[in-house]
Design a protein around this ligand. Sequence first.
Ligand SMILES: O=C(O)C1=N[C@H](C(=O)O)C[C@H](O)C1
Length: 312
Amino acid sequence: MQANHRSPISPAPGGLWLPLITPFRDGVLDEASVRRLVRHYAAEAIDGLILAATTGEGLTLDKEEVERLVALTAEELTAAGRRLPVFLGLSGSDTRKLMKALEHSAAWPIDGYLIACPYYTRPSQEGMVRHFSALAEGAARPIMIYNIPYRTGVNLGNTAMLELAAHPNIVGVKDCSADMAQSLDLLRRKPAGFSVLTGEDALFHTMLAGGADGGITASAHVGIGVFVAVHRLLRDGEAARALAAWHAICDLPRLLFAEPSPAPIKHWLWRAGLIGSPEVRLPMVPVSDGLADRIDQEVERLRASGLDGARA
Ligand SMILES: O=C(O)C1=N[C@H](C(=O)O)C[C@H](O)C1
């Protein structure tokens, strides 16, 4: 398969990548809200977008919806004059089906893929190395591995990860191993050209300070400017200012993950006027009344402090 990059991206992704929620209204993709969201976040100094991953409820989208989501995003980025890398979230436990998904999306305006470890079947380390190697061979664009054992049921260990990191088409990992020793060991041993981006929102500052290249954090939908600032300040050696900035928002992840994601984030964005409805698709359900009240109060507090970033 030929490489077919829409735009040249840094070979090793870094900085703040936003795993965009997918807005729905009355059961269908809410196109106006997709456009508004993309415009809104394209105006921020983020480094990339991820579509249809966990936060984007990718498992509930049909092929036509994913294609439309990708097209709308590309249109809005072009209209905004923003060359932002866009990776598509993929997951599955059948290598052949994933190869077909790669083929199906080969001409889409995306720059790469975020592919989760195969879930439910609990393959061996060798099975996962062969799985990702096959996908990397077949993909026309770079792949980031998504290691999230508490969702998939299987952990891609560092030996296997480093073997995969040697593949030129595997450019990084979204690390949600939930094992600090494993994450720090990976940061110590990762080769040049292979990025580690944390997907543990609450550990965003800690992981960056430990040498991570960036983060893919759903919480950054809120207070996005602060997430960007924390990354830049640390990169520029301004540790004290980075920590002070982080302290202003470090409780957000706990609030936004108090119930299954992305319902709390969607409630927030709806209250902030960025999306037309907080709708999620079953088996996800809307936030409880109690959490809705807590989020509403926090929306007001951040709005008053100017940290919300919700200026559509
Ligand atoms: O959408 C994602 O990708 C993210 N996944 C993590 C999860 O699975 O909970 C959290 C992260 O903030 C974004």
